[in-house]
Ligand binder design. Structure first.
Ligand code: NAP
Length: 321
């Protein structure tokens, strides 16, 4: 089996929690370097800038971008121009047009670009898709609610334009939705609540419709205390599917649960599967760039009615203000 050297750009929460362990456990990849302003990973060659890595390490064929979406495009473009394959964390960029540009460049150079959606790799997503295939969808209710103070402490980028606010987690719901539904859906209305001191929404309601009267109602909340709620319930002409814990477990008509429940809320198992998929794409020299989840988010911003909400002060940063 060939082992491919990969470098990580941006060694923050998701890189440390998921990418580094997934690469270490993978038979397909080896973590050969990092690009980090804060030191990187112990024992791994670190560069202060991507340009420095690209110049010094032409032997590293693949680069995984784990930095915030607003700062990803220039680096991803530079990596592709330098002939490297690229994996992008979700959301794949700050705008649809920049990701289209990256996809076109990767295609033109015969390189792999993988725009990842980790939630699609949750344990019960494939089974949910199989259950819904051929069924008539009536109504999908999405509840995607978590406490930003617990899950994203100190992450200022999430409150800056392009950081998506509550849509940063909710795009995971939309990635599952677009994977499992047998019909396309489009946004018809939205209400987005922006704290008066933030550039992105802290809560939202989004309505969608399908071509034959299918409806989707999504309630998103970043101030939800206690256990997170990452659930979608799909009513069909032949049973109701509940996909819970971010796609980890499912049940039909309230029956027995299938899938792997978390020992603690998290995204266990998804990242090893993402890297296995990256290896397949590299072997096939193809790209995987499905922008449907990002289109739904962009449309919610385009159509959405904007409502003021009380100022949000991140307790992790309260001392800095
Ligand atoms: P994070 O910890 O706040 O930041 C990631 C790292 O990116 C930082 O540690 C820093 O790395 C680098 N970085 C941050 N701001 C930067 C800037 N302005 N310019 C250049 N580099 C910057 O964020 P995260 O939670 O890991 O999220 C990163 C991406 O992963 C996001 O797109 C997010 O949606 C996605 N994601 C996050 C989670 C989660 O649970 N947190 C789950 C799935 C996916 P260095 O100090 O090494 O330079």
């Amino acid at each position: 089996m060939t082992v491919t050297d990969v470098a990580i750009v941006g060694v923050g929460k998701i890189a440390r929690d998921q990418h580094v362990p997934a690469i270490e456990a993978s038979g397909d990849f080896r973590l050969a370097a990092t690009v980090s302003r804060s030191g990187g990973v112990d024992g791994v060659d670190n560069f202060a800038t991507l340009d420095a890595l690209l110049a010094a390490r032409p032997d590293i064929p693949a680069i995984s971008f784990c930095n915030p979406p607003q700062v990803r495009y220039a680096g991803a473009r530079a990596a592709l121009e330098a002939g490297r394959h690229v994996m992008l964390e979700k959301p794949p960029g700050a705008s649809l047009s920049e990701v289209h540009d990256l996809a076109a460049l990767a295609e033109a150079r015969g390189l792999t670009l993988q725009a990842t959606w980790h939630s699609r790799h949750a344990a019960s997503v494939a089974a949910a898709k199989a259950f819904l295939a051929g069924r008539r969808i009536r109504l999908v209710r999405i509840d995607w609610k978590e406490d930003v103070r617990v899950w994203h402490p100190g992450q200022q980028w999430i409150w800056q334009a392009g950081g998506l606010g509550v849509f940063d987690p909710a795009i995971n719901a939309f990635s599952i939705l677009t994977e499992i539904l047998p019909v396309p859906v489009h946004v018809t209305a939205a209400e987005l609540r922006f704290p008066v001191n933030c550039e992105t929404p802290i809560a939202a309601e989004v309505e969608m419709a399908g071509p034959r009267g299918e409806r989707v109602l999504a309630a998103l909340d970043f101030l939800h205390e206690g256990d997170p709620m990452w659930r979608q319930v799909v009513e069909t002409d032949a049973g109701t599917l509940t996909l819970d814990q971010g796609g980890a477990i499912m049940s039909v008509d309230g029956g027995a649960q299938q899938g792997e429940a978390w020992s603690a809320p998290g995204i266990e198992g998804e990242y090893p599967s993402l890297y296995a998929r990256f290896a397949e794409l590299l072997a096939a020299r193809t790209c995987e760039v499905d922008l449907r989840p990002m289109v739904l988010v962009a449309d919610a911003f385009t159509l959405g009615r904007r409502v003021d909400a009380p100022a949000f002060v991140d307790p992790a940063l309260a001392g800095d203000r």
